[in-house]
Design a protein around this ligand. Structure first.
Ligand SMILES: [Zn+2]
Ligand SMILES: [Zn+2]
Length: 288
């Protein structure tokens, strides 16, 4: 059973702990610093590396959130960027300007070529590591597979991260879940999954019709119902923790997103730990 602990003000969820041969405890930590339509940033840490996935909040906000998680911002090793939308990169340039890696070199940013060209870097000359969408790459002891997702950006990607024997999926910003994406996420122990909007709230919500069409479209965002039907669609899960994220402030509510998923999980007989990451809620941290 998961054990809930408290570190400072932050709940820590120990879903399971794997004993490695030397008798030491393997530690992988996912820290969701921000998740929602207004900004996204998730840190994955191992004994060797701290890698930030997206930097969609200001550097100041990022520092505050890292401080809340008792993480020193000077210990970041790299940033991985999913796509160029501002809620994923708004703090990126400032972060790269002001931070160096532990080795004293500029912080490298991992992204694909089309995303690189879609970002207006201003006067910054970033240290770029280009990723082929669909390819695997490693950052220290993190093995990362990128895969293409259907979304209205230059070349958007989702990720599966393997570290210390754990398999962690990051899947937000997609209009639907293609079979290829289901294939990549097989066997994930942890999944951060977009649950962007409630369809009825979107229909009556404040956005112009063109925006509603974009959000609902095949290259838009996953609704609560779509997220629920994906999780219960027969994917071979080994899912211990499911975190719903990238919720819209205007067309969703955490309780609605949770209830939709809970009902679907119950019907399917699946029992992962279910959490909802709220845009203005506390930093969420998961440790194995
Ligand atoms: Zn996006
Ligand atoms: Zn987004």
């Amino acid at each position: 059973m998961p054990v809930e602990q408290t570190t400072g003000s932050i709940p820590v969820y120990n879903c399971f702990q794997r004993t490695i041969p030397h008798g030491e405890r393997a530690i992988v930590q996912v820290t969701i610093l921000a998740s929602g339509s207004s900004g996204n940033a998730t840190l994955i840490s191992t004994a060797e590396r701290r890698v930030l996935f997206d930097a969609g909040i200001s550097r100041r906000a990022l520092h505050a959130r890292l401080a809340e998680a008792e993480i020193d911002p000077t210990t970041l090793d790299a940033v991985v960027v999913s796509h160029e939308h501002s809620d994923h990169i708004s703090g990126l340039i400032s972060l790269l300007r002001h931070h160096k890696s532990k080795t004293g070199r500029p912080l490298p940013v991992y992204l694909n070529e089309r995303t690189h060209h879609a970002i207006h870097w201003k006067t910054l000359d970033p240290t770029v590591e280009l990723i082929e969408p669909g390819a695997c790459f490693s950052i220290g002891d993190l093995d990362i597979r990128s895969f293409t997702v259907p979304h209205d950006a230059a070349d958007p990607m989702g990720f599966v991260v393997q570290a210390e024997g754990h398999r962690l999926g990051l899947l937000t910003d997609l209009g639907y879940v293609p079979e290829s994406v289901k294939f990549h996420l097989k066997g994930c122990h942890f999944l951060l999954l977009e649950s962007n909007h409630d369809l009825e709230m979107l229909k009556v919500g404040p956005y112009p019709w063109s925006v509603k069409q974009r959000v609902m479209g095949r290259n838009g965002h996953l609704s609560n119902d779509m997220a629920a039907s994906f999780v219960t669609s027969g994917v071979e899960w080994d899912l211990h923790t499911l975190v719903l994220g990238h919720l819209s402030d205007h067309t969703n509510h955490p309780a609605v997103a949770r209830l939709t998923m809970e009902n679907a999980l119950n019907e399917a007989g699946l029992r992962p730990r279910l959490e909802v990451a709220e845009q203005s809620g506390p930093v969420r941290q998961f440790t194995w």
